[in-house]
Each structure stands twice: as structure tokens, then as C-alpha cells.
Design a protein. Structure first.
Length: 163
């Protein structure tokens, strides 16, 4: 029995979770449509997921996530949702770009990276000393600077990424 799961298969699990909704069943054609792939591609992925006991799959029948498959799919979906919101809300990215980046990063970010991003998000949400926002040009602004004369308390951290 195979156990390793690729980012490609994680995308299929996440799609199955999404399209199965409350019924708990997903049709391969709907999964193919959601992912923008052919039905043949879905069939290959479904077989691979079934080999790993993550789904119950029989040709021409709806797919059902196993308990383990549902747990893994939900973890992928949660990671994706968090990253999408982080990129959109904390980094000020447009929604479509935040979505695209989240799709890529969710498969490569370690638990350490994700937990630190989450902690950073909590810090920004809870700290009354920091009030950051992004301009339409992509510059980071702190609303406290306008309140404090000659504020440069955090200017040393404002170097461009390429510096």
C-alpha cells in the first residue's frame, strides 16, 4: 500500500472535499471541472488516492473520502484558506493573486513557517502599537507615524527585499 502523497494529490483531495459538500460524495466529472483537468487525469488521481486508502473509489460511482482522507483534505483546505487570507489581508495582495500564491505555498511551507505566519497574524491583530496598511502602490504604511513627531522607530526594518 502506498502512503506518500504529492502536492498534486493534495489538490485532488481538497477538490473532492469541496465538491462533496454535505452529501459526502463527489463525482469525477465535477472534480475534473473544478480543477480544469480531463476526466482521464481525474481517474488516474482517484486510483492513486484509493491505493492510499484516502478515498473509496469505484469506476462510474461517486467518490467518498475515508476518515483519513477527510482529515488530510481538511488540513489541506485549512492551510490553503489561512495562506490565502494571510496574503490578502496581511500582505495586501489582490484576491486572485493571493489565491494563486496560496495554492503554491500550501504544498511547500513547513509547519514552522505556517505557525510563525499564524503567530505574526495574531500579533498584528492584537498589538495596539502596530497599525499597518498597504497603499495601492504596494508601500507599507504605519498609521502611528502620523501621530508621532519624527517617528522612525521601525524605519530600520523598512529596507527593500532586494537590498
Amino acid at each position: 500500500m502506498k502512503t506518500a502523497i504529492t502536492s498534486h494529490l493534495e489538490d485532488y483531495l481538497e477538490a473532492i472535499l469541496f465538491v462533496s459538500g454535505s452529501s459526502g460524495e463527489a463525482h469525477a466529472s465535477v472534480v475534473a471541472e473544478r480543477l480544469g483537468v480531463t476526466r482521464a487525469s481525474v481517474t488516474g488521481a482517484l486510483r492513486a488516492l484509493a491505493d492510499r486508502n484516502l478515498i473509496v473509489y469505484h469506476p462510474y460511482q461517486p467518490v467518498i473520502l475515508t476518515d483519513e482522507g477527510r482529515k488530510l483534505a481538511q488540513a489541506c483546505a485549512n492551510r490553503h484558506r489561512f495562506l490565502h487570507r494571510f496574503f490578502r489581508d496581511q500582505l495586501g495582495m489582490e484576491d486572485t493573486e493571493a489565491e494563486a500564491v496560496a495554492c503554491k505555498v500550501e504544498h511547500v511551507a513547513s509547519e514552522t513557517v505556517l505557525s510563525r505566519m499564524a503567530e505574526f497574524s495574531r500579533y498584528l491583530a492584537e498589538c495596539s502599537q502596530v497599525n499597518l496598511s498597504w497603499t495601492s502602490e504596494g508601500a507599507l504604511l504605519c498609521s502611528r507615524e502620523a501621530q508621532l513627531k519624527d517617528c522612525n522607530g521601525c524605519s530600520r526594518y523598512r529596507q527593500a527585499v532586494s537590498d
